[in-house]
Design a protein around this ligand. Structure first.
Ligand code: MG
Length: 300
């Protein structure tokens, strides 16, 4: 082989290798590109941002690029106009509505009726505000008298949720089941539990969520969120993982990349909303937390 022929062969080889390389790695870059297009839509509950008034808090949020606002369901009916006008002209939308109803769905006494009435009022207001859904827990451990934890009760819960979910759909929103940890609510502890109850309720209006604080009982953040997938996962709550403060305040414990990778892979397009306190200067800890989450989102 002379020098000229050697180059020809080598070039052909290199071209063939390059072509093969493109074929072999075609999936990875496009998946990566798809993942990088998934946005981190951050949301705050009402008392997260510093400020005396709602307008001041929303100004702070807007400056940080926060796009969601999660008010409590308490007194929501009388606040619909106030919230609508406070958000008008801003790049912030109502994300989820956090509970706020009275009574509970698994109550064995008149608290069930109280739940039915107040929850439906909040769901209607949530629909008017364009919310992704109203967060609820079937029963906290401290709530009594509560139906026993049996198959019959689970069937009853799914039937009741079916009706509530269908009502929420008529209002243009959903109800979102929030699993907690065992100290707070024995009834539903894992994201997969909540997703399975949502599925068995047989209503598109019944969804679930994950809360990085309560998810301490999960064996895998990735597995937990993936078990719900976009079919059921409608909201996510965020906090530090040791003391439920701003992400970053618990130092090395505050790693969210495993869960974020699941959200990016599934193409999650709803909100990640802050539900936590702080031990520091609020303006500083909130800003640092937002920066930390954005960095980890990029890495995930
Ligand atoms: Mg929560």
């Amino acid at each position: 082989m002379d020098r000229k022929e050697f180059f020809k062969t080598s070039l052909f080889g290199a071209a063939a290798l390059a072509a093969a390389g493109t074929g072999l790695t075609a999936c990875a870059p496009s998946d990566k590109k798809k993942r990088s297009q998934v946005k981190l839509n951050l949301s705050f509950q009402e008392k997260i941002a510093p400020g005396e008034t709602l307008a001041e808090r929303l100004d702070f949020m807007e400056n940080l690029g926060i796009v969601g606002f999660e008010p409590s369901g308490k007194n929501l009916v009388s606040r619909v106009d106030e919230i609508k006008s406070a958000l008008s002209g801003r790049n912030i939308k109502v994300s989820a509505i956090c509970a706020g109803f009275q009574g509970f769905i698994l109550a064995e006494d008149e608290q069930k009726e109280l739940f039915d009435t107040t929850m439906r009022e909040i769901v209607a207001a949530a629909g008017e505000l364009g919310s992704v859904g109203v967060i609820m827990v079937p029963a906290f451990s401290r709530q009594a008298p509560c139906k026993p934890h049996t198959q019959e009760t689970r069937d009853y819960l799914c039937e009741q949720l079916h009706d509530l979910g269908e009502y929420a759909l008529q209002c243009g929103t959903t109800v979102i089941l929030e699993p907690l940890n065992r100290k707070e609510a024995f009834y539903m502890r894992l994201v997969a539990d909540a997703a399975a109850i949502a599925r068995d309720s047989r209503s598109e209006g019944v969804k679930c969520m994950g809360d990085f604080w309560h998810m301490q009982e999960e064996t895998s953040d990735y597995g937990a969120l993936m078990s719900a997938g976009t079919k059921y996962l409608q909201h996510v709550h965020m906090a530090s993982r040791g003391r439920r403060l701003m992400p970053g305040e618990d130092g090395e414990l505050d790693v969210y990349t495993d869960g974020f990778r699941a959200l990016k892979e599934m193409g999650y397009d709803k909100y990640v909303s802050f539900e936590c306190g702080t031990k520091g200067e609020r303006a500083e800890t909130v800003t640092a937390a937002v920066n930390l989450l954005r960095e980890q989102w990029e890495l995930a």
